[in-house]
Design a protein around this ligand. Structure first.
Ligand code: CTP
Ligand code: MG
Length: 238
């Protein structure tokens, strides 16, 4: 693993990963929270925790569904990750942003940078945690993103195309999303209606006028949403 560059070394040493794993997984329909569904013999969330531990991120905080303590403990035992700065489980909230907020509250005042990651992206490479945290040397937030490969057209309600977008400037946003901890704290301190509108945390930083950089990632870091996605991840990992 390439160590972080000197400029961002201090930020990396004082970093934590927040793994949001508190969703119910309605669209997967596995009858239990998505984070605990088996993938290639291990709970889905364990794959992300492995990547975070191998990246050398010292601390991890996982937001789990309320009432799933034992399943969470079991999933984490399977992860086998080593987090010298500590490993904390917190209860998630009603929305993804509320889960991030609960986890951030448990991060500790000495944490200067956080990388927020969806448990639902088990294919994440360890390097992406280093790259996003490192990019914070020049931004308030640094987010993993894949270049668009499809042509993107905009159509009206009548399905008639009104324009074709310039693909070279479009990115499909993923996680991890790294933030300076104070920036994320302030960005999340907004009215519940605003939080409910946020489809990602970086948008909250954008609307507050912060600088958000994209860090190029691969489409292979896809989100497991449907049974098809789970089957694809299984094939790739076995
Ligand atoms: N998440 C969370 N807390 C919530 C909702 C979502 O921590 N209240 C997490 C999920 O566990 C997941 C990530 O946010 O890792 C992305 O959400 P998504 O893929 O939508 O997962 P679910 O909400 O579980 O799935 P669904 O929307 O199909 O119910
Ligand atoms: Mg959801």
């Amino acid at each position: 693993m390439r160590p972080p560059a000197r400029a961002s070394e201090q930020l990396f040493i004082r970093s934590a990963a927040i793994v949001v794993a508190a969703g119910s997984g309605e669209r997967l329909g596995a009858g239990r929270p998505k984070a605990f569904v088996p993938l290639a013999g291990r709970p889905l969330v364990a794959w992300s925790l492995d990547a975070i531990a191998s990246a050398g991120v010292p601390r991890a905080i996982v937001a789990v569904p309320p009432g799933h303590g034992p399943a969470a403990e079991e999933a984490l035992a399977a992860a086998g990750g080593d987090f010298p700065g500590g490993f904390v489980l917190v209860e998630g909230g009603e929305t993804r942003s509320a889960s991030v907020r609960n986890a951030l509250a448990a991060a500790g005042a000495d944490v200067e940078a956080v990388a927020v990651h969806d448990a639902a992206r088990p294919m994440v490479p360890a390097e992406l945690f280093v790259a996003t945290l490192e990019a914070l040397a020049e931004a308030d937030a640094a987010i993993a993103a894949a270049r668009m490969t499809d042509t993107i057209k905009e159509a009206g309600d009548d399905h008639v195309v009104v324009r074709t977008h310039d693909r070279s400037r479009l990115w499909a946003i993923q996680t991890p999303q790294a933030f300076r901890a104070d920036v994320l704290r302030r960005a999340l301190d907004v009215a519940p209606e605003v939080l409910a509108q946020a489809t990602d945390d970086a948008w909250l930083v954008e609307r507050a006028g912060g600088t958000v950089r994209v860090v190029e990632s691969s489409p292979a870091n896809f989100k497991v949403t449907t049974p098809h996605d789970l089957a694809l991840a299984e094939r790739l990992l076995c």
